[in-house]
Design a protein around this ligand. Structure first.
Ligand SMILES: [Zn+2]
Length: 265
């Protein structure tokens, strides 16, 4: 698996590695020349005939005892409120242009939440360990819903824990990602935004809802990365518009690429 970086963009390449991460927020000085030059290839998502999530069922998982006390406990409450509001909002409506025969994208819901303290989570956690935890929890912890075709587990990692995925580290190369296990279990991993590259000048809660909305929209339109709506040069729906934000109600969300509007909306 190889990994390379250029200003403002993050690429993961390898046999199965479509772009699936939220890149770091970089200072304007680094991103500006790219903006002035414009993208070499105009973005256009094309459908690769894979599955989509139609009425997403989000289940939030907060891992580690840190979520039981302030300030993380306040963030936990706000993240759940964010999903309760956003899953029936204009953010989901704007994804309707990516409905295809057999997969009509509509409103979703949050089906529940859980805070887990076992297994222990340390200063860093690998994607492999996250997958092991998730599969074990689905099989043995009755608080977890079974993995259905619309189920999306959102795993929130506590402050002070780095996530390692694809040879890269959160806060050094990415601020979140989504993926799947065998096309059957869909999940997103959200490190706590504890570095400037992952707050992008926003309050931690606003950075976290922005990156969560990025991964939410990507998981809906491209649940098996590269097999749903994808652009070979620019990546998934959220990658094209990374760190451009707007408000829906009181919640900060990221703009998403619209083929129809030919812009981030
Ligand atoms: Zn992305």
């Amino acid at each position: 698996m190889t990994h390379s970086t250029s200003p403002g963009r993050e690429f993961l390449s390898g046999s199965t590695d479509a772009i699936r991460i939220v890149p770091l927020h970089l200072p304007e000085a680094l991103t500006k020349p790219i903006k002035e030059a414009g993208p070499a290839t105009p973005p256009q998502l094309t459908y690769r005939n894979g599955q989509l999530l139609t009425n997403v069922e989000v289940f939030t998982v907060f891992w580690g005892p840190a979520w039981n006390s302030a300030p993380a406990s306040g963030i936990l409450t706000q993240v759940n409120s964010f999903f309760d509001a956003i899953l029936t909002s204009a953010l989901i409506d704007q994804l309707n242009e990516y409905s295809v025969p057999g997969y009509k994208i509509g409103h979703g819901k949050r089906t529940g939440t859980v805070t887990i303290t076992t297994p222990h989570i340390g200063k860093s956690v690998s994607d492999h360990a996250i997958r092991v935890m998730l599969q074990h929890a689905i099989a043995t912890n009755h608080a977890f819903p079974p993995a259905g075709p619309n189920t999306l587990y959102f795993i929130y990692v506590p402050p002070g824990t780095a996530v390692v995925q694809g040879g890269s580290r959160s806060c050094q190369a990415f601020c979140g990602y989504h993926d799947n296990i065998m096309g059957k279990i869909f999940y997103a991993v959200m490190p706590y935004p504890g570095c400037s590259g992952c707050t992008g000048g926003l309050l931690p809660i606003d950075a976290l809802t922005s990156t969560s909305s990025h991964e939410l929209c990507e998981a809906i339109t491209d649940p098996v990365p590269g097999q749903g709506w994808y652009d070979d040069v620019n990546g998934e729906i959220g990658d094209i518009c990374a760190w451009k934000t707007k408000k829906i109600g009181t919640h900060t969300v990221q703009l998403e690429w619209s083929n129809k509007a030919n812009s981030c909306v």
